[in-house]
Design a protein around this ligand. Structure first.
Ligand code: SF4
Length: 337
């Protein structure tokens, strides 16, 4: 855990009760969308959550944004615990956690002027003098490289990259501690992705804001983040500094993601490790290691019967949940599925 953690997440769980129909029979089941997830993001740091669709990244983000309530676990931002904040503390929490979403076409209200969009987090959470709000809007528009005099325009009058800047200005307006960046450049043209990522990084350097980056593009995770957590079926299966993960990915799932990604240069050799099949249904997850039906490096019955724990095992330099890296003697007893 980061010593100066801005965001701390401990043993976070979000289970959804569901009813499953098979023919004429119905049974109750539980979908473990987020299952015992822990991480910390330091002040001015970026943590990337990566994984395929349905792995639990977005549910985790919703819990941190207080858009949903966890089944159990802790989410702490500075001195505020999201489970127990009420009244003024709740308003403070909502101000301090903001988000920028993937698609600036749909995330910005087309009927609102830019200055109304950017000022929304200020006026929703507390009353301020109009002059103070106007000055803050002009300040953040300028910070993201937009002309403050364009505040009277509507979103459709801007390009995709400029609209993402408007979304970032709105997120920054309340001077947050944490911004959740949900696939922030994936809908942008390749030509403006780099400058948008540089803008995020530059503002982080100036303001000390922390980012939780939800992303499937490993190149974006590498460029933007300080640490990476790889999620599969609601659990973190590998967690390391960005440098360590990209120099030596350990979990077969992480290695398969790397093998499937385009190399940055055609001469770079890649590991031949093919990810087959779909992510299993979270209603009926596999026993033992949840990745075992797709794992090309499966080592036998232990993979099908024993849940691997996320720990620094033998031969690993960082936490990984895989029986290829068994715990040191006396450490991390594994649980039966
Ligand atoms: Fe593959 Fe076994 Fe490791 Fe799971 S525990 S990732 S099945 S080797």
């Amino acid at each position: 855990m980061a010593a100066n953690a801005s965001l701390t997440v401990e043993h976070l769980k979000r289970y959804f009760p569901v009813t499953v129909r098979r023919g004429l029979k119905t049974t109750k089941a539980v979908v473990k969308a987020v299952d015992d997830v822990s991480f910390a993001v330091g002040t001015g740091e970026t943590l990337a959550l990566v994984g395929e669709s349905g792995c639990g990244k977005t549910t985790t983000a919703k819990l941190i944004l207080a858009l949903d309530r966890p089944t159990s676990g802790v989410i702490r931002l500075g001195d505020l615990d999201v489970q127990s904040v009420r009244g003024e503390d709740y308003r403070r929490y909502r101000e301090q956690v903001q988000a920028v979403f993937q698609d600036p076409w749909s995330s910005l209200n087309p009927r609102m002027r830019v200055r109304e969009i950017v000022s929304e987090p200020l006026v929703v959470n507390r009353r301020r003098p109009a002059r103070e709000t106007r000055a803050r809007v002009a300040e953040v528009l300028d910070a993201v490289g937009l002309d403050p005099s364009h505040g009277d325009r509507f979103p459709h009058e801007f390009s995709g990259g400029q609209r993402q800047r408007i979304a970032l200005a709105s997120a920054l307006a309340s001077d947050p501690k944490l911004i959740i960046l949900d696939e922030p450049v994936s809908s942008l043209d390749v030509s403006i992705r780099a400058q948008t990522m540089n803008l995020f990084r530059d503002l982080q350097g100036q303001l000390g804001v922390s980012y939780l980056l939800i992303v499937h593009d490993l190149a974006v995770a590498r460029y933007m983040s300080d640490q990476v957590a790889v999620m599969y079926l609601g659990k973190i299966v590998e967690h390391a500094s960005t440098e360590a993960l990209f120099s030596e990915p350990l979990h077969p799932y992480t290695r398969a993601l790397f093998a499937a990604a385009l190399p940055s240069h055609p001469d770079i050799e890649r590991e031949e490790i093919v990810l087959e099949g779909e992510v299993p249904s979270p209603i009926d997850p596999p026993s033992g290691c949840p990745f075992h039906p797709r794992c090309p490096l499966k080592i036998g019955a232990i993979c099908e019967t024993v849940v691997p724990q996320l720990l620094v095992g033998q031969g690993a330099g960082h936490p990984v949940a895989c029986h290829l890296y068994p715990p040191e003697a006396g450490e991390g007893d594994s649980a039966e599925a």
